[in-house]
Design a binder for this molecule. Structure first.
Ligand SMILES: *Cc1c(COP(=O)(O)O)cnc(C)c1O
Length: 237
């Protein structure tokens, strides 16, 4: 495999992205869904602005995901500025855990925050959104596997947490996000998330990564978050 960090592979990312768009559209049709109903988030974490740029400039990708606020802020300040010059608008998703003390930066930097999972964070986000008059779309992360070390509200607490976000903090919640436990069948987790979304009137489901996106599309994903299948393997951090 070519080293994705090597400039020679930057066009590889563009080609893999194009191929992936095709297979996602085909998969959606095979599942009786409109191809437009499944949106691809290119997960660019750990890759440099220069690695990512060709997927915007040549690949036409505008929707990206990052998991760390600190990494995303300088990188996307640069990339957004470059994108504007060629008439493209970026939609940046935060898909990693958010610390309360980074709520301000997150509201300023991200268009979608997918990892709302506790009252303290909901309160901070509500405050920053009001102060800044800028509201990212918000998703609640659900820890479908109830893994103690993992972020996300537990499935049995999801309905109450959604009501709290909406009623006490006035937050509009657009959808749900989940990361199924590693090494387990993803389908029950995707199905559970879909169930919680339906009974709470939520339209968006962010599920599916490089290894399991076809299943996620079948089970109702409106966003799939794909990194390594586009940019290549990441060095462990
Ligand atoms: C890194 C990451 C992804 C992308 O994972 P790949 O296996 O590289 O496609 C998706 N979702 C989250 C939350 C991530 O942190």
């Amino acid at each position: 495999m070519t080293d994705p960090a090597h400039p020679g592979d930057r066009l590889g990312a563009v080609a893999r992205l194009a191929g992936l768009r095709d297979v996602i559209a085909r998969r959606a049709r095979d599942c009786g869904r409109s191809p437009d109903s499944v949106k691809l988030i290119a997960v660019s974490k750990t890759f440099s602005a220069d690695d990512v740029w060709p997927t915007i400039a040549i690949g036409g990708q505008t929707r990206f995901g990052e998991n760390r606020v600190q990494e995303a802020v300088p990188k996307w300040r640069d990339l957004r500025a470059r994108a504007v010059e060629i008439g493209k608008t970026i939609e940046l998703h935060l898909i990693g855990p958010l610390q309360t003390n980074k709520a301000r930066e997150a509201v300023e930097t991200f268009d979608v925050i997918e990892t709302v999972d506790r009252e303290k964070l909901a309160a901070s986000l509500a405050r920053e959104i009001q102060k800044r008059g800028k509201a990212p779309r918000l998703f609640v992360e659900v820890n479908t596997g109830a893994e103690p070390q993992k972020a996300g509200v537990w499935p049995e607490d999801a309905d109450a947490f959604l009501a709290l976000c909406r009623e006490r903090y006035g937050l509009g919640i657009a959808g749900l996000m989940a990361i199924p436990p590693a090494g387990e069948q993803a389908s029950p987790h995707f199905a559970l998330l879909g169930l919680i979304a339906r009974r709470n009137g939520l339209k968006e489901l962010s599920i599916g990564m490089s290894a399991d996106w076809p299943l996620a599309v079948q089970l109702g994903a409106t966003y799939v978050r794909i990194g390594s299948a586009i940019f290549g393997a990441r060095g462990e951090k």
